[in-house]
Design a protein around this ligand. Structure first.
Ligand code: ATP
Ligand code: MG
Length: 393
């Protein structure tokens, strides 16, 4: 750290240089002595003095000229300059101030006065240096902040535009998906129609991913959730598929539920997966029935999702909540259900994060029921389900 104690003494008289060097060094300053103006300017850059004691009358370049040259360079503007002269004429002092000197000391020096002045100007220099430093730091912070704000604004704009464009693509895509589905049923032998449908599915996945990614942060905020509405939204979204792909009849038996705070996406994705699993289990049946029920006690909300599908073998039922356990292929050339085996694992994690639980009841060849229970905490009039927002989905 610069403690502002470097002093350059410039005088052509060796006796003065020696005297000042001794006095100032004894007082604890870091001193260099220089015998002429040109030299003084040349050493400025390396030594970086905080204060210069500068003789006026010198052979070659005089003190005024040296002072004027120093002040021409903005980087050296903060160096304190005290002029030294044997004559103490007012005119001479004024000329010194005019070329940029800070003060003046007459020869012969009074040692205490000299040291007092040096102390005052070095203190001033220290305060000025601190202000300059502080200012630099503030400027840097302002620049960084401004850059961050403009980056964030750009990203937000790009995000909004992308979400808007992608969202607008969704409607025509839904129409293409339904039409290609109808065409596929009418003309099962035309393979291009199947390809068209697959391309639509792929596009739908991409759009869903982009919209989810864009929404992720805001979607992870807790909001008032009506689970019946979540269930209705899921069924509405999948209705076309249920009818065309699976020939499933859906029964909804929903009792009014209390509103509670939670992350909407947690429930839409978890319950969505249970409904997907149920429909997948009825894929090979002609007339499957999907039953969705909701009910409430004074302690908990209960949601049941039942299917009349394949059921789950006893040896497999212990594994269904394990991550990556699946009996479905990862991809398929036909419409067969595919899977990654992550659905139930993330569903369980989510429900448990709300202090809830998930149970399964299944009979091979008859069907399966998943029961989700979420505890409610009554605080006065309002009902809350508490949970965390960092759940693997
Ligand atoms: N309702 C159900 N009827 C029959 N089997 C089921 C049912 N629900 C789940 N399973 C079985 O449990 C397995 C794991 O289900 P999970 O939802 O975790 O994964 P997935 O459906 O195979 O793939 P993903 O959900 O990741 O797309 C399924 O592959 C299936 O064998
Ligand atoms: Mg699944």
């Amino acid at each position: 750290m610069n403690l502002s104690k470097k002093i350059m003494v410039v005088d052509d008289a060796l006796s003065i240089l020696t005297f000042l060097k001794n006095v100032l060094t004894d007082a604890g300053y870091d001193v260099i002595t220089i015998a002429d103006g040109e030299q003084a300017l040349a050493r400025l850059k390396n030594f970086k003095p905080d204060l210069i004691l500068l003789d006026i009358i010198m052979p070659g370049m005089d003190g005024y000229e040296v002072c004027r040259k120093i002040r021409q360079n903005p980087a050296d503007n903060h160096i304190k300059i005290i002029m030294l002269s044997s004559e103490s004429k007012l005119e001479e002092r004024l000329r010194g101030y005019k070329v940029g000197a800070d003060d003046y000391i007459g020869k012969p020096f009074e040692e205490h006065e000299l040291l007092a002045k040096v102390r005052v100007f070095l203190r001033l220099k220290r305060v000025e240096d601190e202000l300059v430093n502080l200012n630099d730091k503030l400027n840097q912070q302002v620049q960084i902040r401004t850059q961050q704000l403009s980056d964030a604004e750009k990203m937000a704009t790009v995000g909004r535009l992308t979400a808007g464009i992608v969202h607008n693509l969704n409607n025509p895509l839904q129409a293409m998906m339904s039409i290609s589905q109808i065409l596929a049923l009418r003309h099962p032998n035309i393979s291009q129609i199947k390809d068209l449908r697959k391309a639509c599915d792929r596009m739908y996945e991409i759009i869903a991913t982009i919209l989810n990614t864009g929404k992720r942060e805001s979607e992870l905020a807790s909001v008032d959730v009506d689970l019946n509405e979540v269930l209705r939204d899921i069924v509405e979204l999948k209705q076309a598929d249920h009818f065309f792909k699976y020939s499933i009849h859906t029964k909804m038996e929903l009792q009014p539920l209390p509103i509670f705070r939670g992350v909407y996406a947690h429930f839409s994705q978890s319950l969505g997966n249970l409904i997907d699993n149920a429909t997948d289990a009825m894929y090979y049946q002609n007339k499957g029935v999907l039953t969705i029920q909701s009910s409430v006690t004074d302690r908990l909300i209960r949601i049941k999702i039942s299917d009349t599908g394949t059921g789950i073998d006893t040896d497999k039922i212990v594994m269904i909540f394990d991550p990556f356990f699946t009996t479905k292929p990862l991809t398929a050339d036909d419409n067969r259900p595919t899977g990654t085996g992550l659905g139930l694992a993330s569903c369980k994690e989510m429900i448990e994060s709300y202090k809830g639980n998930i149970q399964v009841d299944s009979k091979t060849g008859k069907g399966t029921t998943f029961i989700v229970e979420l505890p409610i905490f009554r605080t006065g009039q309002s009902v809350l389900i508490e949970g965390v927002s960092s759940v693997l989905l």
